[in-house]
Design a protein around this ligand. Structure first.
Ligand SMILES: [Ca+2]
Length: 300
């Protein structure tokens, strides 16, 4: 159960305007540039409502490490996180963590997981704001790395760490309004309420999960531990499909250009090893795979 009252906060963004980051006359506005003032708006509203609990991700880290100035080693700094899952999602890399000191603070980073972070005691709600120009038709945006989520789920399972983390998305739909940008609709969604099988992983787009927040299915009834397990299943299944696609699209059509010797060099002594090379990825005993392998081999 989230401690942020999204139902109350999110509708307040409707009809709010922000300054256009560039003059209307200077041409098109990039999605990223337009997103920033709305991200700030969401952050400020949340901060007003929960002044003691809302942080920027980098602010939280700066405060955490500043409160313990004697802990300077990486492991000591990492030990400040009670949850390995939170540590994984929020901390910066080892090098940056090592180099952190009160005169070398973290700054905002583009690939930080959270635009805003709600923290109380050991509980963290990661809030990511997605902005959308509804005057244009746009593909579903990148939400989070599917690999990062798989890692997160494995940490949750390994540490039975389910209560410390929530992840929410806020969508701001905006239109240009003279020298301003105006929020027309606002939406929110809880990642752990979306059925993992409904998440689309775009392997060709840096393995990103993509969706419009307003379209995200919210029907998951199971526990977070069920969610973590189901997500990993979804991820592995999707990775298997990706392997199949890679084989049929990028291996099969080109095999005939290789000599027998070259094929052996790549796939081993027996050409049937093409299936074995895939099996290493964890697909042993998959009947379907045998069929795929056969169809691959008939091409040359
Ligand atoms: Ca964002």
């Amino acid at each position: 159960m989230s401690r942020v009252d999204y139902k109350a906060v999110v509708p307040t963004f409707c009809n709010k305007t922000v300054e256009r980051p560039n003059k209307a006359s200077s041409g098109t506005l990039s999605g990223h540039a337009a997103g920033e003032p709305f991200e700030k708006l969401v952050y400020r509203s949340l901060k007003d409502r929960y002044p003691d609990n809302i942080y920027k991700q980098f602010e939280f880290l700066n405060e955490l490490y500043s409160r313990h100035p004697k802990l300077t080693k990486i492991d000591a700094r990492k030990s400040l996180f009670n949850s390995p899952t939170v540590l994984f999602l929020l901390s910066r890399g080892d090098k940056a963590t090592k180099e952190w000191n009160p005169t070398n603070l973290f700054e905002e980073k583009q690939d930080d997981t959270a635009d805003a972070l709600y923290n109380k005691d050991n509980y963290f709600d990661i809030i990511d704001v997605k902005t959308r120009n509804i005057g244009k038709k746009a593909m579903a945006p990148n939400i989070i790395s599917a690999v990062k989520l798989a890692k997160m789920c494995s940490l949750m399972i390994d540490n039975e760490d389910y209560e410390n983390i929530d992840i929410h998305y806020v969508e701001i739909d905006w239109l240009e309004d003279g020298e301003k940008l105006k929020c027309i609709e606002s939406h929110y969604a809880d990642l752990f309420k979306a059925s993992p099988d409904s998440l689309y992983i775009n392997w060709a787009a840096a393995t990103q999960i993509q969706f419009h927040v307003s379209d995200l299915e919210q029907g998951w009834q199971g526990s977070k531990s069920d969610w973590a397990h189901q997500y990993i299943k979804t991820f592995v299944k999707s990775a298997k499909e990706r392997c199949k696609t890679m084989l049929s699209r990028y291996v099969c059509p080109y095999l005939k250009y290789l000599t027998e010797q070259e094929r052996k060099e790549i796939f081993g002594e027996d050409s049937s090893n093409i299936s074995i090379s895939v099996s290493i990825e964890g697909m042993v005993g998959d009947d379907e795979m045998t069929e795929d392998t056969l169809s691959l081999l008939t091409h040359h």
